[in-house]
Structure formats: structure tokens, C-alpha cells
Design a protein around this ligand. Sequence first.
Ligand code: PCA
Length: 329
Amino acid sequence: MRMRIATPLLFATAYGLAATASAQAAEWNMATPYGDASFHTKNTKQFAEDVAEATDGELTITVHSGGSLVSHGEIKPSVRRGTIDAGEVFMSVLSNDDPIFEVDTLPGVAGSYDDAYALWQATKPMITELFAYEGLIPLYAVAWPAQGIYTANELTDPAQFEGLRVRAPNINTQRFVDNLGGSPTETEESDIPTAFSTGRVDAMITSSSTGNSMTAWDYVSYYTDANLWLPKNIVFISQRSFDRLDEATQDALMEAAERAEERGWQMSRDDNDASLAALEENGIAVSTPNEEVAAALQDAGDKLFQDWLSRADDEAEAALEGYREQQGN
Ligand code: PCA
């Protein structure tokens, strides 16, 4: 008897709740491994503000920075599972999923902002397709400034790489350090200060920006601006979370993403200039590699590229080829 009355009541309550939920504003959580001092995080927080404003609060995105919500390696799996709605990662950390994700960490492929942007355009369809298989939608990608080498001593001789313990942000950079005869350690950006202060590393490969936001001058005195490559961060969302939004909100989100991409690339250029100046102001000597060092970097880079070709499938190679044809080389 009791059941007969309770069942329709429960049904009505559940139905009522569902109806209310669909009319309610969406609140998303987004995770990024990078700290608030990074221009990427500033851009992503601006993106979240733009979305809230453009949708009149229909969609609010809380950005959890510095790996505070989810660790770097868990960000993509968490968005895929739906634990969080959105994430930002260093694209090349996804290289175990497919070598296309580390195409932007190969020396000699795209050595300027314009080339790096063209490479992103040429590889975006394949990357979008791979994300779609996992129920994910890429929103935008933004390059870091070119990667260079931070050392305690002035880098004048390739023999200095022998046994040098070098912090690297991804697997490809570790391979590169190996090719140079050094001893690589993969370390998250947020762990850089500890890696130096505990003596785990003597040197690091990263950008002017990260050197600046991690106050590299506390640990090293030289920055060799080697223009190795311009790797990207990629921001993506869960398809399921997206599908729950109404069309006007979806459109506003995509439009804000487009603006974030445009703004981000300009922020990267500006931050590179400002960071190089900040490094020098704080006592770091900035220079370009001499001939011997440049030749060693070139050899290590060529090897890295051959290695990539042996891992990449036809589709990844075709995407790179498409970029090269468009560049006219
Ligand atoms: N900064 C990030 C990724 C590349 C960069 O310039 C880091 O070093 O972890």
C-alpha cells in the first residue's frame, strides 16, 4: 500500500528536479597544471570570465591552477570520465596516445610564432579527430615561447652536456637531452624549485616565460636562447558537458574560445619579450648558442626527428607534410 503511494510521488520529485536542473546555470570545473604566474593561466582565467559574461552567468567555469585539483597526467582522463568538464595540458605530454601530439616539440619544424601557428592549423583536424574518439572537444591551443637551456655555467662547449642533469617538461625533451649525452629528469613546472634546491637537477629546458615565473635566477645564471621549438598548451572540454548546454551558450563558449586563442598567441609573444628582460634584470646572462653548441643541438635534433618519424603513423606524417607544403619547403 505504501509503495503504491510513494512511487508516483518519487517519480514526480525526480522529474521536478530534472526540470529545474536543465533550467539552471551550468558550473564547470577546469584543471590546469600551470600556476597563476603563467600567461597561459592568465589567458585561461580571462577566457572563463569572458564565458561568464557572454552567457550572462549561464555557464561559469572555475579554473583550478597549478595542478591543485587534478595532477597533470590525470587531467585528460578526468575530463574523459566526466569528473571535471574541462582541462588544459601541455599537448606533448599526450605523446603516448599518439606521436602527433609531440609534433610541436621537434627542432627545425616550426621555429617562429607564424610557423608554429601554421603547424597548429595543419595538425588541428587530426588532433580534433583523436580527441573526438575520446568524447573530447579541443577549444584552443596556444604556444609557449621557444624553448632554451638554463645552466649554472656559461654553455660554450657541447662536452658540458655530458652527464648534466637536465630538467625536461616532456618525453621528447628527455630524448633530446639523452641525445646530447645529458641525464634528463621529467619534472612538472610546479616542481622546478624543489628539483633545483634539492640538487636533483643542474639545468633545465623550458621557455623564457617559465624561467621568469619560476624565478630561475635563484638557481642558475645563464640562459641559452636556442629557439629549439615552440610547444603548445591545449584546452579542451567534455563533449557530454558541452551537449548539456543550450545552443546560445554553446555558441558563446566557442566564440570566447576563438578569442582566447587569438589573445593567447599575442600574450605569448609579449610575455617572451617581457620575460627575457626580466631574466636579464635579475642577473641571468642571455645569449644564443655558439657554433659548436648549435651544431650539437642540430645533431641531437636531427636524431629526435628521425626517431619521431619511426613512431608516427601515415596520418601524422601526412599532417606534417601538409604543413611543409603550405610553408613551401
Ligand atoms: N613551460 C612549461 C612547458 C613549456 C614551457 O615553456 C614547462 O616548462 O613545464
